[in-house]
Ligand binder design. Structure first.
Ligand code: COI
Length: 354
């Protein structure tokens, strides 16, 4: 039976939307007028409210500040053809949030609470959903521990929040990536499959080392042998070799990307051969050397499809074919864009209309 959650709204008196210039939206800098908050206390989520976006205060002994007991999600709302708002696969994000939460000893957020909070918040701030091509409202649900305690043990108190921000393109050009063989993003038995804040914090130092050498991002390899490709930056990664779409299976070290799943679903429906198996670095390098590596791209919520321009491995740089010639990634991006805007029918049930 559907449970209705009582969410109290305290609306802003003056919108900040005049600060939004749709033709120039830097990622993650300008936040919409309202945010959702709920606190987990005495074993249940309570004090559900939507309030003006503002700073929050936490104790200096807050467990999350010290031990990164936090998980997050990323999803997007799009302006549809009729001027309304479509959210892409929010139910999948609600489920994944709880998979991540369990790994960090964070209590689950009921999926109905997630959906009702999201719906109410996006309805209230729908003017913030931009309409220009390549824009969207990025939605960031997150949960963090709020105990005032610096001993190390699972927390008892938590906060669940949703904030949103209009965004443009995440990457403005095809990316140059380096296959990382020294540092690791995740290990078997670790938190790689979870969208845990610490995974992202720990990725910064290796990424900065690569930037200093002129790369935009890393391709992560398995921690044991560094011979198999796992993810690229904050995204899953795919390759097209000899007309087949190749990607690593999701595992304990690889995030179960919702964009990844959407891309594979579309490609399968078009009759494309999909190969989901461990992707050896050497296989990619050989294909690049032999001119058989037709395409490579990152797939994630923020960028959707991020074409890879070059791949650096050891001392060599391998250049991929020009982006304009990459039929599959361009077709996927167009189809996803058209599904999200309602231009083509949503046969997979991915669109949630506000
Ligand atoms: C995504 O693309 O799904 C991300 O998680 C990116 C985010 C860390 C900015």
């Amino acid at each position: 039976m559907k449970r209705n959650f009582d969410i109290i709204t305290k609306a802003i008196t003056q919108s900040r939307i005049d600060a939004l210039d749709e033709s120039n939206i830097p990622f993650g800098k300008l936040y919409s007028d309202h945010m959702f908050m709920a606190d987990f206390k005495n074993g249940e989520w309570q004090d559900l409210c939507i309030v003006p976006y503002e700073n929050i205060s936490v104790s200096p002994a807050n467990t999350t500040l010290h031990y990164a007991i936090t998980v997050f999600e990323g999803l997007k709302a799009y302006r549809n053809e009729e001027g309304g708002v479509n959210i892409f696969r929010p139910d999948a994000n609600a489920k994944r949030l709880n998979i991540s939460a369990e790994r960090m000893c964070i209590p689950p957020v009921p999926e109905e609470l997630f959906m009702q909070a999201l719906t109410k918040l996006i309805k209230l701030d729908q003017a913030w959903v931009p309409s220009l091509p390549n824009t969207a409202l990025y939605i960031r649900p997150f949960i963090f521990a709020t105990d005032e305690f610096i001993g190390i043990r699972p927390s008892e108190n938590f906060r669940f929040m949703i904030i949103t921000c209009p965004v443009g393109a995440y990457y403005t050009k095809p990316v140059n990536v380096k296959i990382e063989t020294q540092y690791s993003r995740a290990v078997e038995g670790g938190t790689g499959y979870a969208k845990a804040g610490g995974n992202y914090g720990a990725s910064l130092y290796p990424a900065r080392q690569a930037k200093a050498k002129g790369f935009d991002q890393l391709i992560w390899t398995d921690a044991k042998t560094h011979q198999y490709i796992e993810e690229s930056g904050t995204m899953n990664v795919m390759f097209v070799i000899d007309g087949k779409l190749l990607t690593a299976p999701t595992s304990g070290t690889i995030l179960k990307g919702i964009t990844r799943d959407s891309v594979l679903t579309l490609a399968k429906s078009w009759g494309l051969e999909i190969v989901e198996k461990p992707v050896a670095v050497q296989e990619i390098i050989n294909a690049a050397k032999e001119g058989r590596l037709q395409e490579s791209f990152g797939v994630g919520t923020a960028a959707t499809i991020a074409p890879i321009a070059t791949i650096g491995f050891e001392e060599d740089i391998y250049e991929l074919p020009p982006v304009e010639t990459r039929e599959l990634s361009m077709k996927i991006l167009k189809e996803l864009t058209d599904i999200r805007s309602g231009k083509v029918s949503d046969t997979n049930g991915w669109i949630y209309k506000i």
